[in-house]
Ligand binder design. Structure first.
Ligand code: UGA
Length: 448
């Protein structure tokens, strides 16, 4: 079995590292941030991801070693995955600082190694980056030639937070962008062995095409959500219309499929906005303005504005009103609040003078770090609702589904609920409180 190393232990690097280790590979994983590395070494991930802790505890100190020295990771492996972050810069382009640092360090470490080595870039990068930045930096620091003395691939990752372990173990497909046939062949062999009889389809191509595929995937998904959100907004103008039913129906068309058709407050998370913006900037710099992608982003921003308008319509003014926000994470089953639409909504409500109380089963500690001023944190959903003038169901955590109409009626000052995910039954709730949902028109008269 090949020995594997990972450079950068964010959600992608750490989840992949524990999965490879769980399958019996010797894995050396490098994290340059000593406090993160120490926490991982103690068997506790520094972020929440279902099953990650259990996988880490199963593999840590057995065939998974966490190191803070790049050389140790590279020299103890045959294949190195670069899994560093490529965050957005203010101008929309991606920050390549960590990637260039990693490439230089890998180059320096590889100089001391005689055997063939494969470098696999997993970090999301705009087309051309692997060949124009990673390759020359490794060549310069090793003094060796790519494709002959060491090998190079770009291999995008499609895992979702909250489902990361399963996505690594059972991906829908694998993309291998190889610098040459030998590079691609080495990575193919690894995945063949990793997935055995469950090997998904492998799409082999050149590096720039593979780099673009990652952006194509994320921008398609974001656009699909913005499209269903647009349908949701139209449904609200039609008495009796229900976007959930629209999604259910069009999802039966195999050309559309039922996934990523859940309308709501809009998409968030660390990837969609960053990737859309990076691709828009990349294209504009090359003389093409991708207007559809700009519209995808604009539609997403507007979902917050439309939600604020719904609140205003009911409360008349927001200033001084107590608003309960249920859910802060960018989606359920994670404590991640990066680019969370719920957090953006809270900020906007605060700007307009609302007194916000929020509750989230996992994301309060992370929210406290960024949003501490003037926001109250509740210990439960019920406590959050107490004495509020309006409640907003922003993130669809499982535990919110258990709330009953009485919980709203008995705890709120004025029971007005804006349900951004249509978690509750409109007909039932409308009998007891003022129930407004994204994607539902007013209740229509029953037809005889
Ligand atoms: C996304 C992609 O789904 C992954 O394939 C990709 O690997 C990852 O970005 C990345 O580039 O690292 P992730 O950001 O973890 O994964 O989360 P998603 O499950 O895609 O959800 C993104 C946002 O869309 C969330 O705010 C979610 O609530 C929202 N969403 C998703 C909807 O509003 N409706 C849906 O039907 C689905």
């Amino acid at each position: 079995m090949k020995k594997i190393s990972f450079i950068g232990l964010g959600p992608v690097g750490l989840c992949m590292a524990v999965c490879f280790a769980a399958k019996g590979y010797q894995v050396t994983a490098f994290e340059k941030d000593a406090s993160k590395a120490n926490q991982i070494k103690s068997g506790e991930p520094y972020f929440y991801e279902p099953h990650l802790e259990e996988f880490l505890q199963k593999t840590q100190n057995k065939n998974l070693r966490i190191v803070t020295n790049n050389e140790e990771a590279v020299l103890q492996s045959d294949i190195t995955f670069i899994t560093v972050g490529t965050p957005a810069k203010r101008n929309g382009t991606i920050n390549l600082r960590y990637l260039t640092e990693a490439s230089k360090e890998i180059g320096k470490s590889l100089k001391k190694k005689k055997e063939a080595h494969l470098i696999v870039v997993k970090s999301t990068v705009t087309p051309g980056t692997t060949q124009n930045i990673v390759k020359p930096l490794v060549e310069k620091n090793t003094g060796r030639k790519c494709g002959k003395d060491f090998f190079l691939c770009f291999n995008p990752e499609f895992l979702r937070e909250g489902n990361a372990i399963k996505d690594v173990l059972e991906p829908d497909y694998i993309v291998i962008g190889g610098y040459n046939q030998k590079s691609a062949g080495m990575l193919k062999e690894l995945y063949n062995e990793f997935h055995k009889e469950h090997l998904p389809s492998i799409i082999q191509t050149n590096i720039p095409t593979a780099e673009l595929m990652k952006y194509a995937n994320n921008t398609f998904l974001a656009t699909k959500i913005s499209l269903i959100n647009t349908m949701a907004n139209i449904c609200e103008k039609i008495p009796g219309a229900d976007v959930t039913k629209v999604a259910e129906a069009i999802g039966k068309d195999h050309r559309i499929n039922p996934h990523f058709l859940n309308a709501g407050l809009g998409w968030g998370g660390s990837c969609f906005r960053k990737d859309l913006q990076a691709l828009i900037t990349f294209s504009k710099e090359r003389g093409y303005r991708p207007m559809l992608l700009e519209a995808t982003c604009r539609a997403n921003d507007l979902q917050i504005k439309f939600t604020i308008e719904k609140i205003k319509e009911k409360l008349k003014k927001i200033d001084g009103k107590r608003i309960a926000v249920l859910g802060l994470a960018f989606k359920p089953n994670t404590d991640d609040i990066r680019e969370s639409q719920s957090i953006k909504l809270v900020e906007q409500l605060q700007k307009e003078g609302a007194k916000v109380t929020a509750y989230d089963p996992m994301a309060i500690p992370n929210t406290r770090k960024t949003l501490d001023k003037g926001i109250n944190y509740a210990l439960s959903a019920i406590e959050c609702l107490k004495n509020s003038d309006c409640a907003i169901l922003a993130t669809e955590w499982e535990e919110f589904k258990k709330l009953k109409p009485e919980d709203f009626v008995q705890n709120m000052k004025t029971p007005i609920l804006i349900d951004c995910r249509r978690l509750y039954n409109q007909e039932k709730l409308s009998k007891q409180l003022c129930y407004i949902a994204i994607g539902l028109g007013e209740l229509a008269e029953p037809q005889l």
